[in-house]
Ligand binder design. Structure first.
Ligand code: FAD
Ligand code: SF4
Length: 466
């Protein structure tokens, strides 16, 4: 096809569930994926650039034009192979990566129009592979060297898979009762079905990786014990950043206030959405979610699905500054979530029963940029008002849990609690490597995967004296 003809094809739209229907169903995935025909047509929009700038925007450098050209030809298996060369979890990334600020933001088609829908094509290929081939990987003969991985989020899963491919005997120690990290306890089913993550864990097991759940490292076993008593030669710490922050305003101890992480864990992992489960959960009529990231959007959309009539996103900056992916903001609005931007809580009000009975807020305006480069929000004097809510869910960000640091001599962390590592993801403790949110603080799935892969290569070099 000539470039002119390719340029005339409009960007494919994602097939989605109707907003009214989906905001009352709890489980069903909102995005339905592309059909074969849609994917092949979208692939024709790619110009197969000699200098594919899209690849520069991908943190793991997926060979984007090659996998897209394979889709155009209908060679889906080849497309899947190309993805697998660099991305361990394409079905996950195709669903949750912020493509609009990564690969798609660098696609030349975006200069004059809309970029190629790279994320949607990635998801299409990964789903096609899972539904039509789903081959379990072969177990590589063991080299007899044991490596432990702490945490089963995207960093830990990727590190374990890469090490298993090299013949290491890998054991994952996961604190929760299900493997997958934020992919299962944070991101809701309607955005990332648990079965997709479970399928990845099954593939790891087929590679010979042992996955042990309910194993809190720092309590059940220490890192010292992993080395000295259990014979592990290296440890990768991918324990994430699960410690929620609060605002420290009056009323945060009232019944009806909780962190987004806790709220989402109760819904996702402890199945509070199922009638037959007794999991205690806040049943709200009107909920305020404080924050503007992906976690806030997920909590808001869950609150709506759990039956809240009114759900507000309360965010102190403007909509342009919101860190959440655009798609999540768009979906949240479609589902009836009200955005109260340039608004900051100052006090949570309580009734005589000790429960939340409103939230006092103040209006904000944007001043000069602060250290983060974003314009600093400043309170507007005399603009206080009370928002009528019975639930407040704090989604202000998270930091790494101090448990591993406090039980591992020689492991140094920075001011924010992140494990200090060198360019090879090696920590200050001999043969302990770390990556993902445990190092960077809350970030993204793809960066966590990239760190896990890099650490696996560094562990291999270190243990084999390469
Ligand atoms: P995690 O996924 O946090 O996994 C860490 C694992 O370690 C957990 O399972 C934890 O239980 C376990 N663990 C912790 N301490 C111990 C211990 N002492 N012993 C044993 N195990 C331990 N990113 C995106 O790219 N796109 C999105 O749309 C997106 N949405 C998000 C929505 C929510 C609600 C949240 C919370 C995050 C979201 N993120 C998103 C961020 C992304 O999920 C994280 O950056 C990523 O999961 C980090 O991976 P990780 O492997 O470092 O850690
Ligand atoms: Fe295709 Fe866009 Fe990448 Fe060019 S920049 S190769 S058009 S996806």
């Amino acid at each position: 096809k000539k470039n002119k003809e390719r340029a005339d094809i409009p960007r494919v739209k994602m097939n989605e569930l109707d907003p009214e229907y989906r905001s009352h169903t709890r489980l069903e995935e909102v995005n339905l994926g592309l059909t074969k025909e849609q994917a092949m047509q979208e692939a024709q929009r790619c110009l197969d650039c000699p200098n594919p700038t899209c690849m520069q925007g991908c943190p793991v450098n997926i060979n984007i034009p090659t996998f897209i050209k394979n889709i155009e030809r209908g060679e889906f298996l080849e497309a899947a192979k190309t993805l697998k060369e660099t991305s361990a979890l394409p079905a996950v990334c195709g669903r949750v990566c912020p493509q609009e600020t990564q690969c798609e933001s660098k696609c030349v088609r975006g200069v004059k129009g809309e970029p190629v829908a790279i994320g949607r094509l990635e998801r299409f290929v990964a789903d096609w592979y899972r539904e039509n081939v789903n081959a379990m990987p072969e177990k590589v003969p063991s080299n007899g060297i044991k490596v432990a991985v702490v945490g089963s989020g995207p960093s830990g899963l990727t590190c374990a898979s890469e090490l298993a491919k090299k013949g290491y005997e890998v054991s994952i120690f996961e604190a929760l009762h299900t493997a997958g990290g934020v992919l299962v306890y944070g991101i809701p089913e309607f955005r990332l079905p648990k079965a997709i993550v479970a399928n990845e864990v099954e593939k790891l097991k087929a590679q010979g990786v042992t996955v042990m759940t309910d194993m809190v490292i720092g309590k059940v076993l220490s890192i010292d014990e992993l080395f000295e008593e259990l014979g592990f030669k290296a440890v990768f710490v991918g324990s994430g950043a699960g410690l929620p922050m609060f605002m420290h305003i009056p009323g945060e101890a009232l019944k009806g206030v909780c962190s987004a992480n806790e709220y989402l864990t109760r819904i996702n992992l402890m199945k509070a959405y199922k009638e037959e489960y007794d999991t205690p959960i806040l049943h709200s009529k009107a909920a305020a979610i404080v924050g503007g990231g992906n976690v806030a959007m997920d909590a808001a959309r869950c609150a709506k699905r759990m039956g809240a009539e009114k759900v507000y996103i309360v965010y102190r900056r403007g909509e342009a500054e919101m860190p959440a992916r655009l798609e999540e903001q768009h979906h949240a609005k479609e589902e009836g979530i009200e955005f109260m931007t340039l608004t900051n809580p100052v006090e949570i009000l309580g009734g005589e029963d000790g429960r939340v009975n409103g939230m006092k807020c103040i209006k904000m305006e944007l001043g000069e940029p602060d250290a983060s480069g974003r314009r600093r929000p400043i309170p507007v004097e005399g603009s206080e008002f009370v928002l009528d809510v019975d639930t407040v869910i704090m989604s202000l960000g998270t930091s790494p849990n101090p448990l591993i640091r406090s039980t591992t001599p020689g492991l140094e962390t920075n001011k924010k609690g992140g494990i200090i590592v060198d360019e090879n993801e090696m920590s200050t403790r001999e043969n302990v490597f770390a990556g993902g949110d445990a190092v960077t603080g809350a970030a993204t799935v793809i960066l966590a995967m990239g760190a896990g892969k890099k650490a696996a290569e560094a562990i291999d070099r270190k243990l084999q004296n390469k």
